[in-house]
Design a protein around this ligand. Structure first.
Ligand code: MG
Length: 380
């Protein structure tokens, strides 16, 4: 075979991107081999995955359950990310869990496929610094940055602009008044993409889109005033770039996360996956683009404003948003109170300008706890 087997570790294998990564691996048994799997608390699904893929190393949050699972315990996610037997680390964890493993994987020279975008929201400057120091490129898995990356391939001259598309989330047709009474169940119905719970709520508030702007800023070293967001309901154009001569290149395809996952795993090769639905422009018929109505999405500008600040601000934003999403899913706050929770934490944050990674993680935890305890106080 011309292509060597790529040995893959999946951090967060039972989540949405994790299971779709395993779908891709399953389709190419002669190209990808699962060496390590880690999960949180979904032991049942992890056990099925172990049964199917026979990874050498396994991790989960439940220490008792871990003892009963086949596969060697490699201690921590960081150790898993740096295993000598691993070529590609798929970081499909959620929140701050992916930060240290991403850093260790970069330092160990692994191919890092990054789906856990919070890593760059919390520590974009530090992580990109390490990526440059180790001359190790991070491969985006998120569909929008993946599209931008693919549009940029072969472009040597300056890119004038990145245009990130947004579906508008579950509530794109609601009025601001209607939004006050939407339920978690309604928010979890994303119109075009199938994703995890946290990111689906973040898509409804457009915090996810703000995170993608910040992610693109770091990954592509692009100033914020050269990154635009447009609402594109069909989720067919996954993002665009404008080149120096004013030409716009767009990346089109079905809204299926397995495409960007597969490209991150196979890069620089492209391989045909017969299990994915081919793109048919006639079936789509028409594509629409609209300006974003910022009144509908007060979280968007708030998240950009805070997330682009240096030091620990990104971690504070990330922790506050995570708490706000959890509280909304627990029916403890209204959808329209999510920005208030974030603002409340931001108002209390004393930032560190040059934090280390531990301080960044501590800030995220502080923000999460502060958001939750403030909400307890106000509802009593
Ligand atoms: Mg995305």
């Amino acid at each position: 075979m011309a292509h060597p087997m790529r040995r893959v570790a999946v951090l967060g294998s039972t989540g949405s991107v994790g299971t779709q990564t395993l779908d891709v691996v399953r389709a190419f048994p002669d190209r990808f081999k699962i060496v390590a799997l880690s999960a949180g608390r979904n032991i049942e699904l992890l056990a099925q995955q172990i049964d199917e893929f026979s990874p050498e190393y396994v991790l989960c949050e439940d220490a008792e359950a871990l003892k009963s699972l086949p596969g060697r315990d490699c201690g921590t996610l960081e150790e898993m990310a740096a295993l000598p037997e691993v070529d590609v680390v798929m970081v499909s964890t959620v929140g701050s869990a992916g930060l240290l493993p991403t850093v260790r994987a970069l330092e160990a020279g692994k191919i890092v496929a990054l789906a856990n975008k919070e890593v760059l929201i919390m520590a974009g400057e530090q992580v990109m610094d390490i990526s440059r120091r180790y001359n190790n490129q991070i491969l985006p898995v998120d569909s929008e940055p993946s599209a931008i990356w693919q549009c940029m391939l072969g472009e040597r001259d300056a890119i004038r602009k990145l245009i990130i598309t947004a579906s508008g989330g579950a509530f794109r047709d609601k009025s601001p008044a209607e939004l006050a009474n939407v339920s978690p169940e309604e928010a979890l119905k994303h119109p075009t993409w199938s994703m995890g719970r946290k990111i689906t709520i973040d898509s409804a508030t457009l915090v996810n889109k703000a995170f993608e702007v910040i992610e693109a800023h770091w990954l592509f070293d692009m100033p914020y005033d050269q990154i635009e967001v447009v609402v594109h309901r069909q989720s067919i154009v996954h993002s665009m770039i404008e080149t120096a001569d004013g030409i716009v290149k767009a990346h089109l395809g079905s809204p299926d996360m397995r495409y960007p996952i597969q490209y991150a795993l196979s890069h620089p090769e492209r391989i045909f996956n017969p299990g994915l639905k081919p793109f048919d422009p006639v079936e789509i018929g028409s594509l629409t683009f609209e300006a974003m109505d910022s009144k509908l999405y007060p979280c968007f500008e708030l998240a950009i404003d805070v997330g682009r600040r240096p030091g620990t601000w990104g971690a504070a934003l990330m922790g506050a948003d995570e708490a706000a999403v959890d509280m909304f899913l627990e029916n403890r706050i209204k959808f329209t109170e999510i920005p208030d929770v974030i603002r409340g934490v931001v108002a209390q944050h004393t930032a560190k300008d040059t934090p280390n990674l531990d301080e960044i993680i501590q800030t995220a935890e502080w923000a999460y706890d502060t958001a939750r305890s403030a909400a307890v106080g106000s509802s009593n």
